[in-house]
Ligand binder design. Structure first.
Ligand SMILES: NC(=O)c1ccc[n+]([C@@H]2O[C@H](COP(=O)([O-])OP(=O)(O)OC[C@H]3O[C@@H](n4cnc5c(N)ncnc54)[C@H](O)[C@@H]3O)[C@@H](O)[C@H]2O)c1
Length: 258
C-alpha cells in the first residue's frame, strides 16, 4: 500500500470530494484525520468507517479560524507527526458580481484561501522541523479558467494555484512538496448541486471524457501526489477534469472532419 501508516489531515473531508479523498487515502493504508466544520457529517463519517472496520479521527474546526487551526494542529502533532496535509475545504456562492455582499467576499476568501494558508503554515512549520512532508491543495479548473457568476470563487481558486507554486519554492529545500489537484465537473457533491452550478447534461457535454469526475477520481490523484511515486513533483497543478482544460470545445459538434 502506497501510504502505509502515513498520518494525513484532510480538511473538509466529511462530505463531497473530501469524502472521496478520505476513502482513497484509507485504501492506500493511511491513518486519516478529518477536520470539518460540519459536526453531524463528521459523526456520520466515523460511523461509516466503523461499519467498514476502518477508523478515522475527526475534529470540528473552521479552516478560516487561524487560532483554532493552530490549536488543533498542535494538539494533533503532540499525538504524532503528520506526513501529509490535504487542503480540501472550500465554499462557493453563485451570484451576479454586483449582488455579492462584503461578507460573501470575505467568507469565500477566508475559507478558500485563508484556510489553505492557515493549515499550510501550522502543519508546514512542524513538517519543516521534522524534516519533510507533503501538502496537496484542492484547487479547481477555475484556477486557470474563469466561469460565470462566481467571481470571488474564481479569484480564490486562482490564488490557490499561485500559493501552491510559491510555497513549493519556499519549502522545497525543507523537503516539503506542495502540489494542487484541479477538479473539473464532479458528481454528487454539495458544491456541484449549488443553484446556478453546472447541470449534469451541460457538464457532460463539454467534458471531452463525457462524464463528470467522481470524488474518488480526485482521491486517486491525491494518493498519487502524496506517494513516493511523485517524489520529484512539486509546484504543479494536476487537472482531473476529463480534458476540459486541454482546449476549446469549438468543433466538438461538427459532423465531419474538414
Ligand atoms: N464540486 C465540484 O465540482 C468542484 C470542482 C472544482 C473544485 N472543487 C473544490 O473541491 C473542494 C471540495 O468541494 P466539494 O464540491 O466536495 O464541496 P462540498 O460542499 O460537497 O464539501 C465541502 C466540505 O468542506 C466542509 N467545509 C466547508 N467550509 C468549511 C470550513 N470553513 N471549515 C472546515 N470545513 C468546511 C463542508 O462541511 C463539507 O464537508 C473545494 O475546495 C472546491 O472548491 C469542487
Amino acid at each position: 500500500m502506497k501510504l502505509q501508516a502515513r498520518r494525513v489531515i484532510v480538511t473538509g473531508g466529511a462530505a463531497g470530494i473530501g469524502h472521496g479523498i478520505v476513502l482513497a487515502l484509507l485504501e492506500a493504508g493511511a491513518q486519516v484525520i478529518v477536520h470539518d466544520v460540519n459536526a453531524a457529517a463528521l459523526e456520520e463519517l466515523e460511523a461509516e468507517a466503523r461499519s467498514a472496520n476502518q477508523s478515522v479521527v475527526t475534529a470540528c474546526v473552521d479552516v478560516a479560524d487561524a487560532q483554532g487551526v493552530r490549536d488543533e494542529v498542535d494538539k494533533e502533532w503532540s499525538i504524532g507527526p503528520i506526513d501529509i496535509l490535504v487542503n480540501n475545504a472550500g465554499i462557493n456562492i453563485v451570484k451576479d458580481p454586483f449582488d455579492f455582499s462584503d461578507s460573501d467576499w470575505n467568507r469565500i476568501l477566508s475559507v478558500n484561501v485563508g484556510g489553505v494558508w492557515n493549515y499550510s503554515q501550522s502543519v508546514g512549520r512542524h513538517m519543516a522541523e521534522r524534516g519533510g512532508g507533503v501538502i496537496i491543495n484542492i484547487a479547481s479548473l477555475a484556477s486557470t479558467l474563469a466561469s460565470y457568476r462566481r467571481a470571488p470563487y474564481v479569484a480564490s481558486k486562482g490564488a490557490i494555484g499561485m500559493l501552491t507554486r510559491a510555497l513549493a519554492l519556499d519549502l522545497a529545500e525543507r523537503n516539503i512538496r506542495v502540489n494542487a489537484v484541479g477538479p473539473g465537473a464532479v458528481s454528487s457533491t454539495g458544491m456541484a448541486a449549488n443553484p446556478g452550478g453546472l447541470q449534469d447534461d451541460a457538464a457532460v457535454a463539454y467534458t471531452p471524457m463525457r462524464r463528470r469526475a467522481t470524488p474518488r477520481d480526485i482521491g486517486n490523484a491525491v494518493v498519487f501526489l502524496a506517494s513516493d511515486d511523485a517524489a520529484m513533483i512539486t509546484g504543479q497543478l494536476l487537472m482531473v477534469d476529463g480534458g476540459i482544460s486541454a482546449g476549446t470545445q469549438i468543433g466538438s459538434t461538427w459532423s465531419s472532419v474538414l
